[in-house]
Design a protein around this ligand. Structure first.
Ligand SMILES: Cc1cc2nc3c(=O)[nH]c(=O)nc-3n(C[C@H](O)[C@H](O)[C@H](O)COP(=O)(O)OP(=O)(O)OC[C@H]3O[C@@H](n4cnc5c(N)ncnc54)[C@H](O)[C@@H]3O)c2cc1C
Length: 408
């Protein structure tokens, strides 16, 4: 029975980096991956381009019940450290908007293939189609029941991610292993996820995308707002602005709060500027139907909704007086949409919550409760904003495990 080895559960972002670091430090490393191939989330990330990191790492882009832990983990592991690591693999990075970093090839496959090459070169044994079903610890040995038989190790890294995107391998199993070994979990909710609405009008606008501002209200209280694409869909609403506020919406919906979005469909125009624009377009004698007149400024599918919500009485252009214009302006800048759910983990990029980080050493990522048990990546109660911050967390926690192994 070979117990002098490290087993890593999960060949995703954090598991692969941890494996490379440990193997480079001369350790015997096996990675067990339930999928038929490694790094499935990396492969689809950034629409296949992989938003690998963000140049502007800032604590306020990470969320946790224990921000102090995230601060300690991230300290000393800013973007240049990650860039250096990828450079050691032969991967060059380029900068996109807002500090977002991408592989220079703009192909996520480059990231996975170079990680795989380096892992194998350093001696990592990667086993795909190997789902870990159960983890026990007897004495100083971890015993793993897997779909390919029982495996033992003296050190175990749980890098099995979160339940987000189960179609790519997202799973709760790491949480189950950790809780069985004595760890506790903080509440988990889908994040970076689309939102659902039961309002029938939204379906009629399916496919319409506007560059707007979405404001989130919970029980009538203003929570947050995000600017960016807003996409109406047949289930509700999506787009980057919506994903960016979905963390707040998701946690509040889980608390049964009444959630509502107030959408500004023309944020580039202040109320006054939009009023002026619309008034200046009114021709006093025109009998043009109001629906057609509004097509001059708004997407056709949105017009019926705007007219209905504004309770406009005008039927023709010539009936548009200041009062009617004000009603239209108010609705265009404050279109209300109630939200009743998220699209769940299936639609989510990440999960909030996870392993309670007060039980983990932020320098080594080792459990404070179970010696030789380590955690990396999203399994921990830390999630990041869209823009490369989630991968940053995965790379850093993986690197910390590898760096620590040098000193053992
Ligand atoms: C569609 C999508 C797009 C994304 N785009 C970006 C982006 O552009 N930038 C960014 O920063 N973040 C992005 N993310 C988030 C990012 O992918 C994750 O935060 C990151 O992959 C987490 O790394 P991890 O190592 O913790 O988990 P994962 O990468 O999820 O890896 C965990 C691995 O463990 C395996 N596993 C789980 N349970 C078991 C088990 N019992 N036995 C064996 N194997 C198991 C899984 O199959 C999986 O391969 C995206 C996520 C999704 C879903």
């Amino acid at each position: 029975m070979n117990t002098k080895k490290i087993i890593i559960v999960g060949a995703g972002a954090s598991g692969l980096v941890a494996a490379i670091g440990c193997a480079r430090a001369g350790k015997s490393v096996t990675v067990l991956e339930q999928n038929n191939k490694i790094g499935k989330k990396i492969l689809v990330s950034g629409n296949g381009k992989c938003n690998i990191d963000n140049k502007y790492i800032n604590l306020n882009r990470f969320h946790s019940q224990n921000p102090d832990f995230a601060a300690k983990v991230l300290k000393g592991y800013e973007f240049p450290v990650i860039e250096k690591f990828f450079s050691s693999l032969g991967l060059a990075l380029i900068e996109g908007k807002e500090g977002k970093m991408f592989p220079m090839s703009l192909q996520a496959t480059s990231v996975v293939e170079l990680l795989e090459y380096e892992a194998k070169r350093a001696g990592v044994h990667i086993v795909c189609n190997c789902a870990v079903a159960r983890v026990d610890k007897k004495g100083s040995t971890f015993i793993l029941e897997t779909s390919q038989g029982t495996k033992n190790c003296s050190q175990l890294v749980l890098a099995s991610g979160s339940p987000a995107a189960p179609q790519l391998g997202g799973s709760n199993s790491g949480y189950a292993f950790a809780t069985k070994l004595g760890h506790t979990l903080t509440p988990r909710h889908p994040s970076l996820v689309q939102l659902c609405s039961e309002e029938s009008w939204v379906k009629k606008c399916a496919g319409v995308k506007v560059a707007g501002v979405a404001k989130l209200y919970a029980n009538g209280e203003y929570i947050t707002e995000k600017k960016g694409d807003i996409l109406f869909t047949n289930y509700g609403i999506s787009g980057l602005a919506i994903l960016d506020l979905s963390r707040e919406a998701s946690t509040r919906l889980a608390n049964f709060d009444y959630c509502e979005l107030h959408l500004d469909l023309m944020p580039e125009y202040s109320k006054e500027k939009l009023t002026h624009l619309l008034l200046s377009r009114v021709q006093k004698e025109s009998e043009k139907p109001i629906e057609l007149w509004l097509q001059g400024v708004l997407n056709k599918k949105l017009i019926t909704i705007i007219l209905k919500h504004s309770r406009s009485r005008a039927k023709q252009e010539k009936e548009l007086n200041r009062k009617e214009i004000n009603k239209l302006v108010h609705t265009i800048k404050h279109l209300k949409l109630s939200i009743n759910d998220t699209r769940g983990f299936k639609g989510a990029e990440v999960s909030t919550g996870g392993i309670d980080t007060s039980e983990v050493n932020p320098q080594t990522m080792e459990s404070k409760l179970v010696p030789n048990l380590f955690f990396a990546g999203e399994i921990l109660d830390v999630d990041g904003d869209r823009g490369g911050f989630n991968f940053h967390w995965a790379w850093v926690t993986g690197l910390r495990i590898g760096d620590n192994k040098k000193d053992l």
